[in-house]
Design a protein around this ligand. Structure first.
Ligand SMILES: NC(=O)c1ccc[n+]([C@@H]2O[C@H](COP(=O)([O-])OP(=O)(O)OC[C@H]3O[C@@H](n4cnc5c(N)ncnc54)[C@H](O)[C@@H]3O)[C@@H](O)[C@H]2O)c1
Length: 282
């Protein structure tokens, strides 16, 4: 449990039922979100790909939080339907909130550059990191699994708006993810008041984050560029709680920057100073 958070619960999610997709290990953003939403009073199920479950770490989280794990490949409609059916059964009713914290690019993993992509890998990147969100929303809606006024959040990155060298085909996946958020948000909002948003998170030291080449340096650069510094996974979990709570009932179809101010900073003295130091050392 995050030591900064454990004593300041406000029970903002008391009585709510949720599903958290994507907790792989203690570093995962979804892991921190799972801990935080439970400390705020929610009952949840956890889901991840069968291969992630075999690594075993999610079982520790499941035990601590008393949150059942349901295996699902997020690219499989059948698996996703099972997650929504079983979660309703286990938690005793419709689902109030869902976190999509899923991303993977085989091109990034195999070191394929953006101008030399493998297109089978590219399709996998889009399927796992973006279409999975549409599949999640479509199966939830068809099963009428989300409670009226429910809240659904996916995690994204600013490379959807601006070019970030090295982010590769994940940038395209994030642009698609954000577009799905708007288009599904329109339908689900009209129909059942369901809110759908993305959180555009700072670079965060996780398994997926560190897969991007030169991540350590970039993490430091973003930290120095952001007036508030990088937002941590714990900070992101706190922000998710507000979006899952009843205090944000009219927020939907938004891409919400949670990045310490990075997205609207042109240049900071701290970043320039760092550049100057490395320049003088040449
Ligand atoms: N770490 C960062 O710097 C950062 C910044 C902005 C946004 N994000 C986004 O946050 C989200 C969570 O990533 P993270 O940084 O916590 O890393 P992470 O590696 O801990 O989480 C990624 C998760 O995706 C899951 N996954 C991959 N393929 C799957 C599949 N087919 N079906 C189901 N699950 C699958 C993995 O098992 C893992 O749990 C991702 O969408 C990522 O792009 C991360």
């Amino acid at each position: 449990m995050d030591k900064n958070n454990k004593n300041c619960s406000h029970q903002l999610l008391s009585g709510k039922r949720g599903i958290v997709f994507g907790a792989l290990n203690e570093k995962s953003i979804a892991w921190k979100v799972a801990e935080k939403v439970v400390s705020e009073g929610a009952a949840i199920t956890l889901s991840n790909a069968p291969i992630a479950l075999r690594l075993g770490e999610i079982n520790k989280l499941s035990e601590t939080l008393n949150a059942p794990v349901i295996a699902a490949d997020a690219t499989s409609l059948e698996d996703l339907e099972q997650v929504f059916l079983k979660s309703q059964e286990l938690l005793g009713g419709k689902i109030d909130f869902v976190l999509h914290s899923i991303g993977m690019s085989p091109n990034v993993r195999k070191g394929r550059k953006y101008d030399d992509l493998d297109y089978n890998f590219f399709e996998k990147t889009l399927n796992i990191s973006a279409l999975s969100f549409h599949k999640m929303l479509q199966s939830a809606r068809k099963l009428d699994a989300i409670a009226d006024g429910g809240s659904i959040v996916a995690l994204t990155y600013i490379a959807a708006q601006k070019a970030f060298e090295g982010y590769n085909d994940m940038a395209d996946a994030k642009a698609l993810l954000e577009s799905i958020t708007r288009n599904f948000g329109l339908l689900y909002g009209q129909e059942k008041g369901v809110r759908i948003n993305t959180i555009s998170q700072s670079p965060t030291m996780t398994t997926a984050g560190s897969g991007i080449g030169g991540f350590d340096l970039f993490y430091d650069f973003a930290d120095k560029m952001s007036p508030l510094g990088n937002a941590s996974a714990e900070d992101c979990a706190n922000y998710c709680v507000t979006l899952f709570s009843d205090y944000t009932k009219k927020v939907t179809m938004q891409n919400l920057y949670h990045d310490g101010g990075f997205s609207t900073t042109g240049m900071s003295a701290e970043a320039i100073l760092q550049y100057q130091k490395s320049h003088l050392n040449k």
